[in-house]
Design a protein around this ligand. Sequence first.
Ligand SMILES: Cc1cc2nc3c(=O)[nH]c(=O)nc-3n(C[C@H](O)[C@H](O)[C@H](O)COP(=O)(O)OP(=O)(O)OC[C@H]3O[C@@H](n4cnc5c(N)ncnc54)[C@H](O)[C@@H]3O)c2cc1C
Length: 373
Amino acid sequence: MKYGIIGGGPAGLYAAYLLTQAGIDCSLFDHQIPYEKPCGGGITSKAFTEFDVLKDLPTFSKVIHEFRFIAPNNREVKVFCKHPLQIVSRKALSEYMLQKCQRVNVKWISEEVKKIEVKSDIFQVYTHLGRVYTFDFIIGADGAQGISRRFLGAPPFLKNRYSGIGYYIDGLHESEAVIKFYKKRTGYLWVFPRQDHSSVGFFSLAGSFSKELAYNTVKEFLHTYYPMFEINPKRYYSATIPIIWRWSREQIQGRNWALIGDAGGFTDPITGEGIYYAFKSAACLADAILQNEVESYYERCSSIIQELQKSASIFPKFYRTWFTNAMVLMAQKSPFIRKVLVDLILGQQPYTTLKSTLKKNIPLVMRELVGIR
Ligand SMILES: Cc1cc2nc3c(=O)[nH]c(=O)nc-3n(C[C@H](O)[C@H](O)[C@H](O)COP(=O)(O)OP(=O)(O)OC[C@H]3O[C@@H](n4cnc5c(N)ncnc54)[C@H](O)[C@@H]3O)c2cc1C
């Protein structure tokens, strides 16, 4: 069986690494790597706990133990987190994973895939150099705007998705990550410090804001909070984050094909986090292939799919102005709410058990809110 992987972001590289290491014949297509993918670059600690391959990455990343949340009404709260967020340049992550892949001799073809055709159960992959490669199984890992989803026949992503615009700011070396919520806005502005610069940007539902609005929002924010720093309106990056509203098998797998990472829609609609899910979906697929049970890929992803489905069902409510204002206000007064908030952002508090966690602790929160310990 020959496997073709389209796309060498974290999802494709990790799948190629796991499969090649196990002796599976696979080829990875990517014409861009290693490169700085437009992204905040925040990786939650559960990724480091779960994926051994990342164990040497911390040397390249900035470890963040403190978050500052700013509400639409500008009230703010600082929260210390036990499980840190590690922030890495995407080029460094790309180089790091590529090196891991090269050590196990992954076949990397530095060509852009233009078309995929299926003829009597054989996939033909056409690249920009006019070459044609054949495979028995295709793994689509070409991100939110890739082509494999369309050619493999998975349902297209709905128009309702996130769009993000970001800037790199040299010299901004904060020790905290900042998340600022806005009035009537689904999404947030982020400041993620990296080793030698910070990634600052704004994401919200695609079509609900313009490049100018994103620029003005970030500019105004910097003017208020970091007046020493400016952004160049011409030096921005933008990209989209898919949202799957209703999960089903057809979204991620079909006859002799599977989608992982952003191409499969594996991103959290509340936080926009996708790197962890890229690794996780790649691991689930590789396990399924190695155990000769590729049809169980969807089931193997069930724990993350449940989380992402829950997140999709609550995120429009999460971003209501009164809610983000109340959340920051309560977090100022209640250590328990502070912990839940940061655990939620860092993926330590599952969305599926959020309601019961809060319900169980109402008396404690009430005591904390009125100042009785
Ligand atoms: C503005 C923004 C900020 C974000 N911040 C964060 C964050 O802080 N933390 C986090 O966890 N997630 C974040 N995300 C999400 C994260 O970037 C993605 O979820 C993650 O990169 C998905 O990995 P992937 O491997 O699936 O896809 P990608 O990283 O998008 O990689 C896809 C790869 O496919 C290749 N490719 C595409 N088309 C072809 C083709 N035709 N032929 C060959 N190769 C192809 C590309 O070159 C690319 O290397 C952010 C996203 C955006 C847009």
